[in-house]
Design a binder for this molecule. Sequence first.
Ligand SMILES: [Zn+2]
Length: 327
Amino acid sequence: MFYILCLVLCLAVLFLAMAGMSMLCMLGARLLGPLVYSLAPARIANRLFFIRMLPLFFACMVTFGFALPAFVKFEPYSTGEMVSLRLLVLGALGAFALVAMAVRAAIIVRATALVQQQWRGHSEKLYFKGMNVPVYCLDGPHSVLAALGIFKPEIFVSRNIARALSPEEMSAAIAHERAHVRSFDNLKQLLMKITRPPRWLSTFRLTEAAWINASEVAADEAALAIGASPLDLSAALVKVARLTSRPSVSKMVTASHLLPVACGSAMEVRMSHLQELLEDKNSTCPVDAQNGKSRMLLSLVLLAITYAACVNTVLPWVHEALEALVR
Ligand SMILES: [Zn+2]
């Protein structure tokens, strides 16, 4: 009974923490939205990703950091407590959420790997000086310029687009794709797709669309920061937009395109942003990826120190709360 109760209780806590934090994040996204959108694009993308992933992160933290240790430490092995109907329903909801995420992850990873393998088989490798990401020229019916792949992304350029772009425009477009790879945007997309909430939780879906737009502008800025010209990148965007008329792959496939087909409105924002940078040649792109990583590392270290400092004090209270949930 000890192990069954432990499993059901952990699943129930996972569900409750995820649902509670989702509600708080939705409220927070509505209240703090204007504040987030006043930041630089890279920071907007990071904040939106954080808001989207917070419910899952918080639920894992509460379940495995507090509920599980409290149960193991304070619950007698020979416990006679039974699983109530309420606890069983909550546990089943937690199990359903976990299974749904695992199934989605398996489908997306498999679909992406299959398309990546297929495209590589119909491609010719291109060589760019100083490139650490493989670039392929793709033959076939697709009009595409994208970084494809989750764990080992590769950049694919269809032959019609490669012919249409000048060498400078191609370099600018490749620099944009490299920025997506450096920011792990495909892995972030996978995490957002597998934790995508039901349709009626529209705020989270809007957050995801806003993240795609912000990550595109951030990748443009990162491309300019490593030497691409706004003029070449704008020209590449216009040419690729003309050649790409419909999605070339299923929505399940995780890729960062030069121009995401699903987010048409981002094109206007990006063009006017590049226009501003072109007119104001002295302006510099605020790329603070390194600072962002340092801040995140510092936050994680602080979180770990806080956890280590308070865990023993908090565990008896957590156990009392668990007892209330079991009853
Ligand atoms: Zn892009």
